[in-house]
Design a binder for this molecule. Structure first.
Ligand code: SF4
Length: 446
């Protein structure tokens, strides 16, 4: 009887794609998959470790899963992912419950590690490959949506970030390979693809020697069956006029952009090694809104960066009030070993960081709510995801990315099918979610 493997995927959507490759590899080599850790013979944890809190969460999962080896059916525990890239020696020394640590971007190295687990090799430290290995995957997302990772690594070297040291330099997949994959996904019924990378705006910089994200989008737009193409993690300064143009001209590309700005103070942006400035951030945002009036903008900001004064924090507050982003993720600066910012003077006390984070989130709640209220009366195509226990349907319109943004509740007397798009007239709004009525083509509400 085949051994059963349970994979726990932590962290971001890019890590999830890697987990999906691992699922395919272990299945290909004859292992069964189970979603129930208590039913598994072998557990694989694909860790996250780019900041300490993520690393702590990974350690918690390793400890909890390790306990099952004593009590239960579980025989082996393998650990891979970003935490391994940062702390492989510490993991081996301090966590005896781990049977193997696999530092590799080749999903089949996990299988090799499983097969040789008996010979007590604990560290499988495979050198980084030059190019991203094209490899099939078993999707773990709903049947109508898939993340598509278009590149690995990052060349930006922001002073607070560990990712370049974990994932290395920017490595793009070719346009041909990505189109081939998306074509396969559309044949499997995928309607929405979410393009992810550390920095999608710089896609192609290594293999095409220019930002080729606009070319990639033009190549993806004709793929039959795909109805939504969404772009996440878009580095603001790398947003070109060409990219704005292609979002405007190609109807399948969601008028939605996730573009992390981190801050708006010129001094702090310089210290972060972000080639941004307050002025050109405003220019980019105005250019996007002028060319694509219904664009929905998500961003990420960081508070409590070393040396951030009350004035600079208030400058960020003012900037958020003026720019009125639709959705915002707020992070408190996390002091990470191996980053340049780790050694900066004037590290901010955590209670100050917490206060600043809460203040930004409070202000943003009001902005998100007011922006949502402006949508009442509008008619949108909503991708239905499921029926709720209250009898409503839950879905998303183009302005809501999976997992990170709000949702759209739909009232309908007729049955709606998950994975299908329906027309909805917006009736209610709250801070993050919208609600509306199913809107028949003939304009009647059902
Ligand atoms: S762009 Fe993002 S992933 Fe790249 S170094 Fe900066 S914060 Fe890290």
């Amino acid at each position: 009887m085949a051994q059963k493997i349970c994979l726990i995927s932590l962290g971001c959507s890019k890590n999830l794609v890697e987990s999906e490759h691992i699922l395919y590899a272990v299945k290909k080599f004859g292992y069964d998959l189970t979603g129930d850790i208590n039913d598994a013979d072998i557990a694989i944890i694909n860790t996250c470790g780019f900041i300490s809190s993520a690393a702590s969460e990974s350690i918690r999962f390793i400890i909890e899963t390790g306990k099952l080896k004593k009590d239960g059916k579980l025989k082996y525990l393998l650990v891979t992912g970003c935490m391994v890239e940062r702390y492989r020696e510490e993991l081996l020394k301090e966590m005896p419950e781990i049977d193997a640590v696999v530092a590799s971007s080749d999903p089949e190295d996990i299988v090799r590690a499983i097969k040789s687990i008996h010979d007590s090799t604990k560290l499988f430290d495979i050198k980084e490959v030059e190019n991203i290995k094209e490899y099939p995957r078993i999707l773990s997302t709903p049947s109508y949506m898939a993340y598509v990772k278009i590149s690995e690594g990052c060349n930006n070297n922001c002073s607070f970030c560990t990712i370049p040291s974990i994932k290395g330099r920017y490595k793009s997949r070719t346009i041909e390979n990505i189109v081939k994959e998306v074509d396969t996904l559309s044949r499997e019924g995928i309607k929405e693809i979410v393009l992810v990378a550390q920095d999608t705006a710089r896609y192609g910089i290594d293999i095409y020697h220019r930002n080729a994200i606009a070319d990639l989008l033009r190549a993806l737009a004709p793929v039959n069956g795909i109805q939504w193409i969404r772009i996440m993690y878009c580095y603001p300064e790398a947003i070109t006029d060409e990219l704005v143009e292609v979002i405007k001209e190609q109807p399948k590309i969601c008028h939605y952009l996730d573009m992390p700005i981190q801050h708006c103070s010129d001094r702090i942006l310089r210290s972060m090694h972000r080639d941004s400035s307050r002025e050109n951030l405003i220019t980019i945002i105005e250019k996007l809104r002028k060319n694509i009036p219904d664009i929905i903008l998500r961003t990420t900001v960081m508070v409590g960066y070393p040396g951030e004064s009350e004035e600079e924090f208030n400058e960020l507050i003012q900037f958020m009030k003026e720019m009125r982003f639709d959705n915002v993720s707020t992070f408190a600066y996390s002091r990470e070993e191996g980053t340049e910012a780790y050694n900066l003077p004037c590290q901010i006390k955590s209670k100050v960081k917490t206060r600043r984070k809460q203040k930004i989130m409070l202000i943003q709640k009001e902005i998100s709510y007011n922006e949502n209220c402006k949508k009442i009366g509008n008619i949108y195509d909503v991708l239905i995801e499921e029926k709720t226990s209250e009898g409503k349907y839950r879905g998303r319109y183009y302005g809501q990315a999976p997992e990170v943004d709000g949702v759209f509740y739909v009232n309908s007397k007729v049955d709606l099918i998950p994975g299908k798009f329906v027309r909805v007239i917006t009736k209610k709004a709250n801070t993050y979610d919208l609600e509306g009525d199913f809107y028949e083509k003939d304009g009647t509400c059902q």
